[in-house]
Every structure is written in C-alpha cells, then in structure tokens.
Design a protein around this ligand. Structure first.
Ligand code: ADP
Ligand code: GLC
Length: 474
C-alpha cells in the first residue's frame, strides 16, 4: 500500500445513511484500495450499530469523553476496515443520526465534536499499530477533526476537509468553546469565530491542509455568495488549496446487468420489461416518457417546481413516479399531484432502497431540478440505467450530464437534458425537450446509448484523491 487514510464521517453505507454522503464514504475505501491507499472509516456506534462492536476489538478508550465513556472498536465488517466509536451517552438513542421525533439532538455539537476529537487523536497517535498519513474529514460532523489536529501541533499527519453540502455548517453557541475542547485564543474572525458563534465546518475549512468538494463546478460556486451560504469568503481565501473531485457511483451496487430484470446497452430489452412491471406496480399507464424522482424532499432539490410543470408533461403523455421523504409540505404536494393525475403520476413517501433500483431500471428519465447540488448521485444512476437525466445546470449535475442541443446532437454526445436557471419556465421547457427527443426513437436510442456508455465509476476520482493525498504527504 502507498499510504493510509483515516476517513471520519457521520454516515457510511452499509451501516447508516440519510443521503449521498453515506454512499460516498462507503464507496471510497474500495475505490482507494484500487489505487494503493488503505482507508479506514471512523463512524459513531449508533444504537443500531452497537451490536457490531461485540465482534470487534477495543483499540482505544477515554473514560471522560465529552461526558461519558468512549471506546473505539476496530475490525473488518462487510469487507470494510471500520472503527466504531461507542459512546452510549452520545449515540445510543432511538432515532436518526442527527435527531429524533422532537427534532435535532440538542447536544449535536458535543456528539460530533467527540467523533472529531477521537479522529484527531487516532490520526496523531495511531491505534493498534495503525497510524494514517492523512485524516480525511467529511462535512460539518467531522469539521473539528482537522482543527483539533492543527491545534495539537502535529504536522506529520495531513488533513483534508471535504464539503458535501455547505447548507449544513455545524453551528454552536460560543459558550460551548471550552466544553468542545477548543482553544480560546483561536476564537477570532479568521479562526473559529463564525457570526459570533462556532461552526465546525468553518473550523475544518480554516485548519485543513486541503479542502475538496464533490464536483469542480461546486468548488467554483462555493466561492460565490449565492452558493457559499456565508462561507464563500472563507473558501475563496483558500482558493489555492481547494479542488473539486467528482463523486463516483458504486458500479457493483448500481449495475443494470445484475438487476432482477437484467439489461445493458447491448441488451436493452430487459428495460422495457422492467418499465412495464413498474407501471403495473404503481397502476399507471404512460404512453410517453416515464420519469422518476428519487430524492430527499427539500428546498435544495427543487421539488416544489414539480406541481408547476408536471400537469403539462402528463397532458403530453409523460408519467411520473416520485420516491422520497422529507419536508411535510412537499410530501403533501407530491401526494396531491398523484391524486390529481391518478393514471399518470404515482408517489411513494418513504425511503426504499430496493424500490429505487426498480425505479431506475424501469424509468425513461430521472428528474433532478436542484437549486444547488454539490454532486448528486441519482443523475449518475440515471446515466448508468439509461434513464436520461433531466437536470438543472448546477454543481455536479452540470459536470456529469451533457445536455441535448443542436451542437451536442450533431456531435453525438448528448446524455440528457440540462436547463438553467432552476425555475418552472426552464424546467418546463426541459420536459418539452425530453418529450421531443422521446418522439424520435432513433434520437432517443442514441441518447440512451450515450448515457449508458458515460463512465460514472470511481476510477478517475479515486486517482485524483490518491494524487492529492500523495502531494499532501510529500
Ligand atoms: P443528497 O445526498 O443531497 O440527498 P445525492 O443524490 O448525493 O443527494 O444522494 C442521495 C442518495 O440517497 C442516493 O443514493 C439516492 O438514491 C438515495 N435516496 C434519496 N431518497 C431516497 C428514497 N426515498 N429511497 C431510497 N433512496 C433514496
Ligand atoms: C450531499 C450533496 C450531494 C452529494 C452528496 C455526496 O448530500 O447534497 O449533492 O452528492 O453529498 O457527496
């Protein structure tokens, strides 16, 4: 192995997932092993994961870890080298990783500061004879890790802070400074201070040796006020140490040739079978293109635009199946849309991994009308499954989909429909384009073949991370 990396995050497939962060953290170890870097992943032992600790080895402990006993268990689980931080006073609760029915946990600053603290300690001192060359922190939950490392004075372990979504910044009131084991003298505008309080993400951004985000376009967008959400200046000030590395897709998990009804670019017949089964499952009848949405239902994702554009789309023969959960208002709006168009639109509120595979298998198109999208994974699943992505031209969506236009058609490179700005007018026009392409079977087949041939695996990006780690270590 060329080197070692400790990856620290709050989510990791197959253990705990609320969004794409988990997919990426879970896919990186295997992707990096392919280019000679050994990555271990440190995550909290949430209630559902505590059972795993029994089969692992205790390698580190601290009796007074932010108010209780903390133990790190190490071992190989599901083929991955994992470090689980078991600290029952912080993580052994009912609910999701960030909150329960009553909202976010009030002690989230302590919960994730503890995770970050342990990451920095392991980076500095190693555990069970294993010490990383690089500490790789993901999002606000791990933001204090590079900070603790930097403040400890350790210079031989390098740190990378990856922004998966700047909308979540890990804000905490300043009176927690000492509880969070942060040095008071670092509380100044170019240090830990953030609008009078603390932000774990900002802490990571100002202290890490390198900043990455999950697409080149988002890296540039983050330095602008419309996207930086208050942190644009912090990132712009470090522009020489910021890069965008596109996420990949785990092509072992997202593999049309291994679906229950298999298909591929060379043998597309299975896709028609999957489509028919999907329409039957949802009781819809769609003469035109069948579109899907698989998404958290939040403002970020532009879901509120659907009720404005879908009526015309279904009137022209299109159909839509939505799978998602989130904002109660948007859930209601999706239900209302299905009720208004029962023969063409269906909605499933909830989280369902198996259904998401059936949806990509059967769909003709996947809609991703995001207002901002650091990378986005579902447009890449769409490419791989020949469900043409219809995406807003932002972040990773802009970097992964080649929109249909006279020029891209002539060049034979289009893989989907790209629109700008993210509003109902442009989105509606994009759906009209989709309908036009669908009505020309040869053009449609060409686009679908292009989409399915577009590389969405981790190879290129794993090499980019390996290159970054190697440069930092040198
Ligand atoms: P984000 O991380 O912002 O939610 P991404 O596109 O990066 O967006 O990743 C979302 C991930 O979550 C994808 O793997 C997607 O398939 C999955 N996902 C989102 N909502 C659902 C759902 N309701 N059911 C199943 N999978 C979902
Ligand atoms: C975030 C972003 C999404 C990205 C994912 C993984 O949740 O919203 O665009 O794909 O992280 O990096």
């Amino acid at each position: 192995m060329t080197g070692r990396v400790l990856s620290v995050a709050s989510e990791c497939v197959p253990f705990v997932k609320t969004g794409g962060l988990a997919d990426v953290v879970g896919a990186l170890p295997e992707a990096l092993a392919g280019v000679g870097w050994e990555m271990r992943v440190l995550i909290p032992a949430y209630r559902a994961l505590r059972g795993l600790c029994a089969g692992m080895t205790a390698v580190w402990e601290e009796p007074g870890l932010f108010g209780g006993h903390g133990t790190v268990y190490a071992g190989q689980v599901e083929g991955m080298e994992v470090l689980l931080l078991d600290a029952p006073h912080l993580y052994d609760r009912d609910g999701g990783p960030y909150g329960g029915p009553g909202g976010d946990w009030g002690d989230n600053p302590q919960r994730f500061a503890a995770l970050s603290w342990v990451a920095a300690r392991i980076a500095r001192e190693g555990v069970a004879g294993w010490r990383p060359d690089v500490l790789h922190a993901h999002d606000w939950q791990a933001g204090f890790a590079p900070a603790y490392l930097a403040y400890s004075g350790a210079r031989d372990v390098k740190s990378v802070m990856t922004v998966h979504n700047i909308a979540f910044q890990g804000w905490a009131p300043v009176h927690l400074l000492h509880d969070l084991r942060l040095p008071g003298e670092q509380f100044y505008p170019d240090g830990l201070e953030y609008y009078g309080g603390l932000s774990s993400l900002k802490a990571g951004l100002v202290t890490a040796d390198w900043i990455t985000t999950v697409s080149p376009t988002y890296a540039a967008e983050l330095m602008r006020a419309e996207f930086g959400m208050g942190l644009q200046g912090v990132i712009a000030a470090r522009a020489a140490r910021v890069s965008g590395i596109l996420n990949g897709v785990d092509t072992g998990i997202w593999a049309p040739e291994s679906e229950p009804v298999p298909f591929s670019a060379a043998h597309p017949a299975g896709k028609a079978t999957a489509r028919a089964a999907l329409c039957a499952e949802f009781g819809i009848d769609v003469p035109g293109p069948l579109a899907i949405v698989v998404s958290r239902l939040t403002d970020q994702k532009g879901i509120d635009l659907l009720p404005q554009v879908v009526p015309d789309f279904v009137a022209a023969g299109g159909g839509l199946i939505v799978l998602g959960s989130g904002d109660p208002g948007l859930e209601g709006a999706m239900r209302a849309l299905a009720e208004a168009h029962p023969a063409r639109v269906a909605v499933r509120i909830g989280y369902d991994e198996a259904l998401s595979h059936r949806l990509f298998s059967g769909a003709d198109a996947v809609l991703v009308p995001s207002r901002f999208e650091p990378c986005g994974l579902t447009q890449m699943y769409g490419l791989r499954y020949g469900a043409l992505p219809v995406v807003a031209a932002t972040g990773g969506l802009a970097d992964t989909v080649i929109g249909v236009s006279p020029a891209t058609l002539t060049a034979g490179v289009a893989t989907g429909v790209v629109f700008h700005p993210t509003d109902a007018l442009a989105f509606g026009q994009a759906l009209t384009k989709l309908l036009q392409v669908y009505s020309q079977p040869q053009q449609w087949a060409r686009l679908r073949a292009n989409a399915m041939a577009h590389p969405v695996g981790w190879e290129t990006s794993a090499a980019a991370y390996a290159d970054l780690y190697a440069r930092l270590r040198a």
